[in-house]
Design a protein around this ligand. Structure first.
Ligand code: NAD
Length: 326
């Protein structure tokens, strides 16, 4: 028998994930504040409509939302939507928060929902839009083994590397730390490649050599060739969202009393980039910001860029023109 599943947050990640749930035989009931997202879900065969109409039909609700603030709001909406039926008659429900949320809020949601016969499992993802489309996301879950077991079939419909990493909140914790590391590699790689370019080393050559050496990372192996060297800057993961993740990681280090300033420095850089670039900027556009501050501080220079890039148009010039000065 087909299982019913609610899905809140049908954005860049959520829509392809909902598509894979549909492909795996689930009935999907979608919700989003953006009307176009609902139209897209309907076109894929999903159901839409008010949460109050579908909440009593579903065994799971997946959340794929921008922030903990919004997750917390939607959790309240779920409690409210179920209140038309008396508490003892409400079916058990598992909320699977696949967004990148704040671990302390996750723990609090898990505790708060218990009296409502609702379990809360954190199951954030990595792999980006491409793996969301392919259904091969990496999923790091937090919660009890029993609840994780109940979610496994659903998680396998959208991901392929799936593990329970610890108690409630630990999936979100590892996700925030992973993205802080990823952002740090990206920032360091952008600075390094631009410095090398200033010495006359072509960026694509630099990336080739680094990828055969110990300085490589997901940024040099995937993001540079796919989104930066091509100047496409279209990874589908926004600068705003990665800034949120680094901010969470920085706060977690502070809360733990850890004497490290690196998360805060990386957060500052991404915050400055977010102020300088367009609101919708992709996170790989941090490269444009790096270019600008290195130029401004005289660490790299425009003249050399012209010599090295041979007038651009080759797709290999990592320093795009026309970026805002700040
Ligand atoms: P997105 O902005 O494209 O999608 C978010 C969706 O939530 C939008 O469709 C928006 O309209 C909807 N929404 C906002 N408020 C809502 C509300 N109150 N009720 C219902 N819907 C609401 O974001 P995304 O890139 O899909 O990311 C979603 C989550 O996944 C974020 O937490 C992000 O950090 C995480 N994530 C993103 C990526 C990526 O590559 N984009 C990768 C891993 C994790």
């Amino acid at each position: 028998m087909k299982e019913n599943i609610g899905f809140v947050g049908l954005g860049k990640m959520g829509l392809p994930m909902a598509m894979n749930l549909l492909k795996n035989g689930y009935h999907v009931f979608g919700s989003d504040v953006n009307e176009n997202a609902l139209i897209e879900l309907q076109a894929l065969g999903g159901n839409t409509g008010s949460m109050k109409d579908w909440i009593h039909k579903v065994q799971y609700v997946v959340l794929m939302l921008p922030s903990s603030v919004i997750v917390n709001k939607v959790v309240e909406e779920i409690i409210d939507s179920r209140s038309s039926v008396s508490l003892q008659d409400q079916n058990s429900l598992i909320i699977v928060d696949m967004s990148s949320s704040y671990p302390a809020d996750t723990k609090e949601n898990s505790r708060k929902l218990e009296p409502y016969n609702i379990s809360f499992v954190d199951a954030p993802v990595s792999g980006g839009v491409k793996k969301a489309v392919d259904g091969t996301l990496t999923i790091m879950a937090g919660g009890s083994a029993e609840q994780f077991e109940k979610c496994k079939r659903l998680l396998h419909a959208v991901g392929s590397n799936i593990s329970l990493v610890g108690p409630s909140g630990s999936g979100h914790l590892i996700k925030a730390i992973n993205n802080y590391l990823s952002a740090t590699h990206l920032l360091a790689s952008c600075e390094a490649v631009q410095l090398l370019e200033n010495f006359g080393v072509q960026p694509d050559k630099a990336i080739d050599v680094i990828n055969q050496s110990t300085g490589r990372s997901g940024s040099t192996e995937y993001k540079f060739p796919s989104f930066i060297l091509t100047e496409a800057y279209n990874s589908g993961f926004s600068l705003e969202l990665i800034k949120k993740d680094i901010g969470m990681a920085s706060q977690l280090f502070k809360d733990a009393g850890a004497a490290t300033s690196l998360p805060e420095i990386v957060y500052q850089k991404f915050s400055e980039a977010s102020n300088a670039l367009d609101k919708e900027a992709d996170h790989t556009e941090i490269n444009k910001f790096v270019s600008n501050y290195l130029l401004k501080r005289g660490i790299i220079n425009e003249d050399n860029e012209e010599v090295v890039s041979g007038g651009s148009g080759t797709g290999n010039n990592v320093r795009p023109g026309g970026v805002r000065q700040f």
